[in-house]
Every structure is written in C-alpha cells, then in structure tokens.
Design a protein around this ligand. Structure first.
Ligand code: PLP
Length: 385
C-alpha cells in the first residue's frame, strides 16, 4: 500500500506549533513548570446557567436523535432575539440564522460552497490559519492581505490588485482581531462592504471575539447599509461563555451565503446536538453580567501583563479586544528565537508571531487565559534576568 495525501492536503503549510508543542511536552516531562500563554482557550468554567440547561436537556430522549438542519426553530429564535438586543438587527430565524459546530466549522466549510479552482479567497495575515487552509483544502487560492501596525492592523484594501479582486469570491475579515487585538472602525467596514458589493465578493466576518472588548463595543457588519447583501458573519459561544469544548457557534447574514454553507453541511454533518443548542440558547438569554465579568477579568490580567512587560522593556499596549496581547520583540531577534528563549530560559510559553503568517514576524502573542497569579509569576521570572 502506498497511501498518499492528496495534492490539497500536501499544499497546507506545515503546522508551525508542532515544534513548540513537542518542546513543551519534553520540558514538562523533565519537570519544568511551564507558564502557558500559548493557546487561546478560556481557563474559567462555563457558567452554571448553561451547564444546568444542558443537564436538564440531555435527560430528555426527544433530543437524542439526529438534530438535522439549521437548528431547532426555537433556538434559532433565541439567536435572533440576542442579535436584536445586542446589535439592533432583525434576523429571520428561518433563513438568516444557521447553527454551527463551532464557528471554526462554518468558517472552514464556507470555501467549499463558494470557491472553484481558479477562485481566490482574500485572507488577512497574520491571522487565524483556518481561512487560508480551508481555501487550500477546497482547491482554491488564498491571497494574503497584510495587517500592519502602521495601518491599525487593517488590510489596505486599495492595495489589492484589480486582477485579484476580479477572481476573489470571499474576503475574510476578523475584528476584534486574533492575533493583534485590533478593532475595525466604521469607516473600514463601510469600505469593505462597498468593495465586496462592487466585485461580487462574499464578506465573511469572523466575529468570534465580538463580546471580548475593552473600548467601543464591536459592531456587526449587518448594522451597516448593504452589510446584509454581501455579508455572512460567524459568531461563537467559545469565548463569550467559556464554551470552547462544547463546539457550538452560529452564522447569520445573507440568505444565499447561508444556504450554500447549509448545503455543504447537510452533506458532511448532521447538525448540533439538540441539548447543546438548548444550552447555547440559555447562554444567550442569560445575564449579561457574566460576559461583563469576563471582560473585567481579562482587562485586569492584560493590564498586569502590560505593566510588567513595559517594565521589562517590551512595548505593549491595551488591545481593543480579544484576550491576546501582541507584543513587538527586541529588534534583531526572530519571533521563533525569542519565543524559544522565553520557553527554554524562563519556562514561559508564548506563540511566535510568524506562526500566523510572515507579517507576524517580529512579534509574539500572549493569551491571558491563565490566572493572574501565574502572570505575576511569569513577570517575576522575566525580572530575574
Ligand atoms: N475565529 C477566530 C479568530 C479564533 O481565534 C477562533 C478560535 O480560536 C475561532 C474562530 C473558532 O472558534 P470556535 O470554533 O471555538 O467557535
């Protein structure tokens, strides 16, 4: 037998975190106490009002069968109600709301509905790797849009060549942004919507961090004129309600874009377990104080980390959103070297910025999904030279 990966799988870039994971495991094995700022996975539990709903729902055999379809109407209505309250946008739960098995699943499947072989997908870089990798798996081509500090980590849409725009079918945008923590101003969303309309490109907005913000409350693209005509927006329960393991999210927006995604999903998965849908609906209906508490917690952790890093000579500023801190490393070092140095010499695990794309070179990312006492311990280790 000669089992070979197909051309598309072989085209995926190497998983840059493999080496870090391997080294982390080795050091842990050797008894090193590693302070892990690596992965963005909330460390505090899912709230009781969600867990309780799950426990209650899972006992009902009616929910044990294939969920099928876009989600149970009553739970899609809960999403529409939350969206109305949060963004002031009316959604038709029947045609403008789709449950997902985590927002990653929807983001990953979107290219399979809309990209053909010669098509291009516009992808921010540095960025969440799924946009480009799903594009490649779908047999199409990513075109990277650099995010640079000098432009507020917004892609310069005027720099995308018209020949690329003519072949582009999807543009992914993600604000609050992973990994930079940047926000997008209204002006940018309006420009992006106009560009998408002009070139007939689906604007896929990844709003996974919409509720983790420290300044202005992020907007939905559906709040802007024309947003609904061009846009599909991905939302996640993972960060808002500490539900990364539950695998649940949703997409809203343009009916045709949702219909394409739903058609792909119908052939590959059978929907979200009904008790998980019930729990997700309970999360959205729950007290806003829960997520406000998360924001306070992450803000405090970030402020502690920023103050300590600044004292250590690393420039860092409060991000607009997310629980990530994107930090420029000293000149003359590479991200991989610097992250390697922190890991080997201090037992501090960060993610090298180049793992998110070439424009991430010169940066490391801290995720503050660890307790403040551990953050202080890491800062102490840095001080110790
Ligand atoms: N989008 C971004 C930018 C992310 O960072 C993540 C997870 O880290 C996701 C989407 C996926 O989230 P989930 O699939 O848990 O909803």
């Amino acid at each position: 037998m000669d089992i070979r990966f197909n051309e598309r799988l072989n085209r995926l870039p190497p998983y840059l975190f493999i080496e870090i994971d391997r080294r982390k495991a080795e050091l842990r094995q050797a008894g090193v106490d590693i302070i892990d700022f690596g992965i963005g996975d909330p460390d505090t539990p899912t709230p009781d009002f969600v867990v309780g709903k799950m426990q209650e729902s899972v006992a009902n055999p009616a929910g044990h069968r294939y969920p099928l379809g876009r989600g149970k109407p009553v739970f899609r209505e809960a999403i529409a109600a939350w969206f109305r309250g949060r963004f002031g946008v009316e959604l038709d739960p029947a045609g403008e709301v789709l449950f997902l098995i985590g927002s990653k699943e929807g983001i990953g499947h979107l290219p399979f509905a809309f990209l053909d072989r010669d098509d291009i997908c516009l992808v921010p870089e540095p960025g969440y790797p799924v946009y480009a990798n799903a594009t490649i798996l779908a047999g199409a081509t990513p075109h990277f849009m650099p995010l640079e500090a000098s432009n507020g980590y917004l892609p310069d849409l005027d720099r995308i060549p018209p020949a690329v725009l003519n072949r582009a079918r999807i543009i992914f945008l993600n604000y609050p942004n992973n990994p930079t923590g940047a926000a997008a101003p209204d002006r940018f969303w309006k420009e992006a919507i106009a560009l998408a309309a002009r070139y007939n490109i689906i604007l896929a907005s990844d709003a996974a961090y919409s509720e983790i913000y420290y300044g202005e409350r992020p907007k939905s693209i559906l709040e802007f004129p024309g947003g609904r005509e061009v846009g599909i927006e991905f939302h996640s329960f993972s960060k808002t309600f500490n539900m990364t393991g539950w695998r649940v999210g949703f997409a809203v927006g343009n009916r045709q874009a949702l219909a394409g995604l739903a058609a792909v999903k119908e052939n590959l998965d059978s929907g979200v377990f009904e008790p998980v849908q019930a729990a997700a609906a309970a999360a959205l209906a729950g007290p806003e104080a829960f997520t406000a508490g998360l924001r306070r917690m992450y803000r405090k952790r970030l402020e502690t980390l920023i103050a300590g890093l600044n004292g250590y000579g690393l420039a860092a500023r409060m991000p607009a959103g997310t629980f990530y801190l994107w930090v420029a490393i000293p000149a003359g070092r590479t991200s991989a070297e610097y992250a390697g140095h922190l890991l080997e010499k201090k037992g501090i695990l960060t993610t090298p910025g180049n793992g998110f794309g070439p424009h991430g070179e010169g940066y490391i990312r801290f995720s503050v999904t660890i307790d403040e006492t551990r953050i202080l311990e890491a800062l102490e280790r840095l001080k110790q030279g």
